[in-house]
Design a protein around this ligand. Structure first.
Ligand code: SF4
Length: 421
């Protein structure tokens, strides 16, 4: 009887790539992947620590796994485990608490199962933090393969920016990446599968290359040459790292799509300074305009944090008008969430939960309006659509190049195909 393993993943695309990669290792070692809502021999919760709510969801998933099978092995891995290992280790029933530098080694811990107490390993120590170990980098490769249509490919990890509100550098260590040559080999391997689209993901991917003396621009030039991958999306890139050469390259490339996700975080320069972000709102607007001039139908989404300490009603109104004036297609809105060991936690003039809620709602409304306008005004006819695999009540869904979700009556022959529509 095969042993069973179930995964529950929270957080970003990077976490999903790492869970999928680890899942493949379990299957290669004779396990059967089962749904997290069912009874399993091993449960893996790949955690997130970006907000208080994310941590709450992690605890809920841990309790759910323990309830479903009290005899199961429970492994809690990833960012929350990295920053709060002791808190998680205290949860009755948890067997393994592995940080980001160790989670890919979970099977070794399981196969060496002669321990009774909770195994805690968050060895994101100074050496791995600095990214120098053995062959010059401790980058752990990962890519997702659960979805036939697209693959999340981890190209970079960690961050050296230390924005004042952010726990990620503490959870994921210093900026590091694999070499372009190794990344190329992985993409060539993925190109032999059914996958048509790769989403390049990481923590601060514009900083790709720092640990190998290469650049993100060089990487995308290399990947664009690889036959067999029809489309690439850049998951998220800092505004100060979107160079003219990257914009010009994407505009004229074979496979990089007109789709950008750019963290703005605040539309107030006063707040951007308190966040220790590395740009002004003027630079952000100028980059957005540069992209829209080169690619008028480009889909640009932005992250925005509301209710950061010091954000007055006037600051918010000013930010609202600034964002309203920009040709953005979607806003990811986050109420500011205090993170332990981050400087922002000690900033004065905290904003109440009620005010954060009101400001979030207004930006969500603005985002809905902007998205509806974008889909109406930038739906190219025809567009090239990559159809997905699932039959949703008789409908087949897909995304255009500029990230507009479309559907048509389910047609098996179109599954995982790029067609004009
Ligand atoms: S750039 Fe700033 S917000 Fe983004 S991961 Fe790094 S520290 Fe966090």
């Amino acid at each position: 009887m095969k042993k069973t393993v179930a995964f529950h993943t929270l957080g970003c695309k990077l976490n999903f790539a790492e869970s999928s990669d680890l899942g493949r290792k379990f299957v290669e070692n004779g396990y059967e992947l089962v749904d997290f809502k069912t009874v399993a021999d091993v449960y893996v919760i790949n955690t997130c620590t970006v907000t208080t709510l994310a941590e709450k969801k992690c605890r809920t998933a841990i309790r759910q796994a323990i309830r479903q099978n009290p005899n199961a092995k429970i492994a809690v891995v990833g960012c929350f485990s990295q920053v709060s290992p002791d808190e998680i280790a205290k949860i009755e029933g948890v067997n393994y608490v592995l940080g980001n530098a160790d989670k890919h080694r979970l099977l070794e811990y399981l196969n060496d199962d002669n321990t009774t107490q909770t195994d805690v390993s968050t060895s994101l120590n100074s050496r791995s933090l600095s990214g120098v170990e053995g062959n010059g980098t401790n980058f752990v490769v990962a890519y997702s393969a659960d979805d036939r249509t697209r693959t999340f490919l981890k190209i970079q990890d960690g961050c050296d920016y230390f924005c004042t509100y952010c726990a990620i550098p503490h959870a994921r260590g210093r900026n590091r990446n694999d070499s372009i040559a190794n990344t190329e080999k992985i993409v060539e391997k993925i190109a032999k599968s059914d996958t048509k689209e790769i989403v390049l993901t990481g923590v601060n991917i514009g900083e790709f290359g720092k640990s190998t003396n290469e650049t993100f621009f060089q990487l995308i030039q290399t990947l664009d040459q690889i036959q067999g991958i029809e489309r690439y999306r850049i998951s998220s890139i800092e505004p100060n790292l979107i160079s003219d050469e990257i914009i010009d390259f994407v505009t004229n490339s074979r496979a990089f799509l007109p789709h950008f996700h750019i963290p703005l975080q605040s539309g107030s320069n006063k707040i951007l300074q308190l966040m220790k972000r590395r740009y002004t709102r003027e630079l952000f607007a100028e980059r957005v305009q540069k992209i829209k001039t080169a690619m008028p139908h480009a889909f640009i989404a932005a992250d925005v944090i509301v209710g950061f300490p010091g954000e007055t009603d006037e600051d918010f109104e000013d930010m609202y008008q600034f964002i309203e004036s920009l040709p953005l297609a979607f806003l990811h809105v986050f109420p500011y969430s205090e993170r332990p060991n981050t400087p922002a936690i000690n900033l004065p003039e905290k904003v109440s939960a009620e005010v954060k809620k009101q400001r979030s709602e207004r930006l969500h409304e603005l985002s809905e309006k902007k998205h509806a306008d974008f889909c109406k005004n930038h739906r190219l006819n025809p567009s090239k659509v990559l159809w997905e695999a699932d039959n949703h009540d008789g409908w087949l869904y897909g995304f255009t190049e500029n990230y507009i979700r479309v559907r048509k009556p389910f047609d098996q022959s179109s599954v995982n195909k790029i067609e004009e529509f």
